[in-house]
Design a protein around this ligand. Structure first.
Ligand code: NAP
Length: 242
């Protein structure tokens, strides 16, 4: 069995990535933080379609929880390892910096940036030993361009982009690639409150993207077809910004 872990796999883009990786033959570990019903639904959808999946609860921003959950997984799968890691979990708490509470700053950076570090650190050694692995970080247009009202989110995603480039160089010789995918506006719970009709006017393709479109790109990065790509940030934004 080849295993893939998707953080925040219960909903939105993460869920679509789980379904995609399952169709590619991976046994998918669907991580979630609060929404067990949604995670279980993702798992059941995969199993009903003939794939293999399990759910694993941990808060990516809590180092002890991450380490314990992944140690327990490893203890139960002594001869196996997680070959594909998709660091997808993310939140946003937008505000102008003038009004931003320190809690919002730390929370958003805690999930995207610290979460990526905790989960990747726990899994990278096995990938290096096996000389095969993929780390795919879901970042954002916000982390490339910077968006007003999102200094915390832009800083978090910008930090993940820089870490992607640095880690890619650390592990390239051992057959492990590290890349980032930077979506623009994608339909999900995260963008539900936004005025889509107004915002899509800025997008050359005149629409928000779909989670499945991001999942297809992640699927490519997880496949053997992407073996010589590392340290890259690939935008998927309908032409909004490159
Ligand atoms: P979403 O629909 O709000 O889903 C967020 C997912 O992250 C959920 O599965 C949630 O789990 C999980 N999560 C949140 N905090 C977590 C934590 N501390 N530990 C573990 N899991 C956690 O968001 P989305 O739109 O699919 O976004 C997915 C990723 O794409 C994020 O990194 C986001 O920043 C990025 N992104 C999204 C867009 C967009 O337009 N939607 C654009 C650019 C980048 P629970 O179900 O348990 O809450």
């Amino acid at each position: 069995m080849r295993y893939a872990l998707v953080t925040g796999g219960s909903r939105g883009i993460g869920r679509a990535i789980c379904l995609k990786l399952a169709t590619m033959g991976f046994s998918v570990i669907v991580n979630y933080n609060n929404n067990e019903d949604a995670a279980a639904d993702t798992m059941v959808t995969i199993i009903k379609a003939g794939g293999d999946a399990s759910i694993l609860k941990f808060d990516v921003s809590n180092r002890e929880e991450v380490d314990l959950a992944l140690k327990n997984w490893r203890d139960a799968h002594e001869k196996e390892y997680i070959e594909i890691l998709v660091n997808n979990a993310g939140i946003r708490e937008d505000n102008l910096m003038l009004w931003m509470e320190p809690e919002s700053w730390h929370k958003v950076i805690g999930v995207s940036l610290h979460g990526m570090f905790y989960v990747t650190r726990a899994l990278i050694k096995d990938m290096l030993v096996k000389r095969s692995g993929r780390v795919i970080n879901i970042v954002s247009l916000s982390g490339i361009k910077g968006l007003p009202g999102q200094t915390n989110y832009s800083a978090a995603k910008g930090g993940v982009i820089a870490a992607t480039k640095a880690l890619a160089q650390e592990v390239a010789r051992k057959g492990v690639t590290v890349n980032a995918v930077a979506p623009g506006f994608i339909q999900s719970d995260m963008t539900k409150g936004l005025d889509e009709d107004m915002l899509k006017k800025q997008i050359p393709m005149d629409r928000f993207g779909k989670p499945e479109e991001v999942a297809d790109l992640v699927g490519f990065l997880a496949s053997s077809g992407s073996s010589y790509i590392t340290g890259e940030v690939i935008s998927i934004n309908g032409g909004l910004y490159t």
